[in-house]
Design a protein around this ligand. Structure first.
Ligand code: IMJ
Length: 256
């Protein structure tokens, strides 16, 4: 196995369970030699993330609610305590109220809109501000997005608007952090059966449609998303910033 991330410290936010894309990414990072710092949301997830990370080289498992500035500051402080530079960050989290992913978009409440923006888009800015000072040797910050940011996708609704903001924030951060050698990119993954996708009305018919229409005639595997994240975090990605890398079996190019 090539050790593309040998000697690097990587922070991965967004592991909720074994289906999480963040978990596939953490495993791939670990296989490629990275040391990990992982975050979880709330005490309920602490045990499951500890169990999931047993086989990984995790230097720290830390609580982090990205809507709370104090928790982001505490996260940065804990990472500073590891006394080594941070090289890679993966932001793989989103949230919208379930009702905003089922009712017509027109019915989106102000509070629901702001919640989706706060957790799913603003958090990239907040995380970047908290941890960029630790990335003293430069590095890579990657987030996860979805085609629903630019195309109308049934039920994606308020999340589509949040992903549009996330992608734009990614570009502005790339512009500002580039001079410090920090690259910022997004991976736009094809639909993957994670818990947060399966919770969606009508999701079960999507894999069949993708397999019939995507150029590769199949669905996206979590390991493919993880390998793209390794590329972006590694020196192989050194010339890439401000980009959206589609890992979607080619589905993005189809018009119909
Ligand atoms: C989510 C909603 C509607 C359609 C969707 C998705 N499709 C896919 C997703 C087609 C692939 C998954 N996705 C890309 C997401 O970003 C999911 C975000 C999400 C999911 C939930 C479910 C449970 C909940 N809140 C959520 N917030 C965000 O309560």
């Amino acid at each position: 196995m090539s050790q593309l991330l040998e000697g690097k410290l990587a922070l991965v936010l967004g592991i909720a369970n074994k289906w999480s894309l963040a978990y596939s990414i953490a495993r791939a990072f670990s296989r490629h030699g990275a040391t990990l710092a992982l975050t979880y949301l709330g005490d309920r997830q602490r045990e499951s993330i500890e169990e999931l990370s047993r086989d990984l080289d995790a230097a720290a498992i830390l609580p982090c609610d990205v809507t709370k500035d104090e928790e982001l500051e505490a996260l940065a402080e804990s990472l500073r305590g590891l006394d080594r530079p941070l090289h890679a960050v993966v932001h793989s989290l989103a949230f919208a109220n379930k009702e905003d992913l089922t009712r017509p978009f027109l019915e989106t409440s102000r509070a629901g809109f702001l919640l989706a923006q706060d957790v799913s888009a603003y958090s990239l800015v907040a995380v970047a501000r908290a941890v960029a000072p630790l990335m003293t040797e430069g590095g890579s910050l990657s987030t996860l997005t979805y085609i629903g940011s630019t195309r109308v996708t049934p039920n994606y609704n308020v999340m589509g608007v949040a992903k549009a903001a996330l992608e734009s924030a990614m570009r502005y951060l790339a512009g500002e952090l580039g001079p410090r050698g920090i690259r910022v990119n997004a991976i736009s993954a094809g639909p993957v059966k994670t818990v947060s996708a399966r919770a969606i009305k009508g999701f079960s018919s999507i894999p069949e449609t993708i397999a019939a229409r995507a150029p590769l005639r199949r669905n996206t595997e979590p390991s493919e998303v993880a390998d793209a994240a390794v590329f972006l975090a590694s020196d192989l990605g050194r010339g890439v910033t401000g980009n959206i890398l589609f890992v979607d079996a080619g589905m993005q190019v189809m018009g119909f």
